[in-house]
Design a protein around this ligand. Structure first.
Ligand code: DSN
Length: 415
């Protein structure tokens, strides 16, 4: 992976690519929405399909010369159907947010009502945040997690659904560490005759591997991204029952996008094939087990975890109890200086700004890809705590940073 052709044309970009490769090799990618794809997925994404326009769908394109694009997209669709058991799959969304956009566009009119989880409680911008088009085009009401337990307040959700009468309820989250009860949310949607969109962007891989219950066949629409807990490269996906297939397809193209990024669709096809292999289930289980080890280690040191722990790939620590003078942003910076890359994150009952929130969020998908086992993750938890507890100590940051490089060298990413 020396980017020789890029170097010939553009040494500045070649240097940046080499720098990024080294950064990924020598740091711990613990941003819960990140992972590392295989070289096979990298090759597919960096392939000649980037040259090809393929507006339309397999067998029905607006351009000639789409025979190989068709083959690749059909493979991606068939594999996705096998992975998640959906009746219909659209693999063209450029991202999870655009997958959500397609679902809204397929069944909502401007002014229609969305009921979704509040961003600080683990929701997502594309679920109706005022800064996102969803918050501006639709009428949005939000449900929350229970302030004591940190679990979704399903009763509150049902009550809000009854009073607000939404057109769609959104479940699925970007900073929620617990198992989601899809049936419970579907029942709330049924009670008010609303659609149900389950956005499994964070847990696509866990659902595919059967280590988190699946909303497919429960919710009307399931969206996801293809680069978090599944390693199929950057992109989005929509799954739905057959009855919504035509509307969803029309909402993706021509409704919201032009030509699909066929090189990314190729990456999805390859990553989905990898996820269909038996070892992927073991990987997903290890991701969850490692997150539990991380949670336990941080908890033992006295960090407060939202919901007390985790059932999935992520841990959300609220620093206000243990380190009231430390913000998530400060912790993020100090950890990054020690080669541990995670993000400051808002927490339920947030009292600081989203730019410098009260929590930190960490995921184990990337570490598990590198082969980190429970002992290694426990050590990472210890290192995280050392930095969080002493962010102003250059010595601690230096020592932790050196140890992280050793751990990374023992778990190489790319040959
Ligand atoms: N930005 C992603 C995350 O970090 O959770 C979600 O889109």
């Amino acid at each position: 992976m020396d980017h020789e052709h890029v170097r010939e044309v553009d040494p500045a970009v070649a240097d940046a690519l080499a720098g990024e490769r080294d950064r990924q090799e020598q740091t711990l990618a613990m941003i819960a929405s990140e992972n590392h794809v295989s070289e096979a997925v990298l090759e597919a994404q960096g392939s000649v399909l980037t040259n090809k326009y393929a507006e339309g769908y397999p067998g029905s394109r607006y351009y000639a010369g789409c025979e190989y694009a068709d083959e690749v997209e059909e493979l991606a669709i068939e594999r996705a159907k096998e992975l998640w058991g959906a009746e219909h799959v659209n693999v063209q969304p450029h991202s999870g947010t655009q997958a959500n956009q397609a679902v809204y566009y397929s069944v909502l009119e401007p002014g229609d009502k969305i009921l979704s989880l509040e961003l600080n409680h683990g929701g997502h911008l594309s679920h109706g945040h005022p800064a996102n088009f969803t918050g501006q085009l639709y009428d949005v009401e939000q449900y929350e997690v229970d302030p004591e337990s940190g679990y979704i307040d399903y009763e509150g959700l049902r009550d809000t659904a009854e009073s607000f009468d939404p057109d769609i309820i959104v479940s699925g989250y970007s900073a929620y560490p617990r198992t989601v009860d899809w049936e419970e949310i579907q029942a709330a949607a049924d009670a008010v005759d609303a659609y149900h969109l389950a956005d499994i962007a964070h847990i696509t891989g866990l659902v595919a591997a059967g280590v988190h219950p699946s909303p497919v066949g429960v919710a009307d629409f399931v969206t996801g991204s293809t680069h978090k807990t599944i390693r199929a490269g950057r992109g989005g996906i929509v799954m739905c029952d057959a009855e919504f297939a035509d509307d969803v397809d029309a909402a993706v193209f021509p409704g919201g996008q032009g030509g699909p990024l066929m090189h990314n669709v190729a990456g999805k096809a390859v990553g989905f094939k990898e996820a269909l292999q038996p070892e992927f289930e073991e990987y997903a289980r290890n991701v969850v087990d490692n997150a539990e080890v991380l949670a336990e280690t941080l908890r033992e040191h006295g960090l407060s975890l939202v919901s007390g722990g985790t059932d999935n790939h992520l841990v959300l620590a609220d620093l206000r109890d243990s380190h009231p003078d430390l913000s998530g942003g400060e912790a993020e910076d100090a950890l990054a200086a020690a080669n541990i890359v995670l993000n400051g994150n808002t927490v339920p009952g947030e009292t600081r700004s989203p730019f410098d929130p009260s929590g930190i969020r960490a995921g184990t998908a990337g570490l598990t890809t590198r082969g980190f086992d429970a002992d290694a993750v426990e050590e990472v938890g210890e290192l995280i705590y050392r930095v969080v507890d002493d962010v102003d100590s250059d010595d601690v940051i230096y020592e932790v940073g050196e140890r992280v490089v050793e751990l990374c060298e023992a778990h190489p990413l790319y040959e």
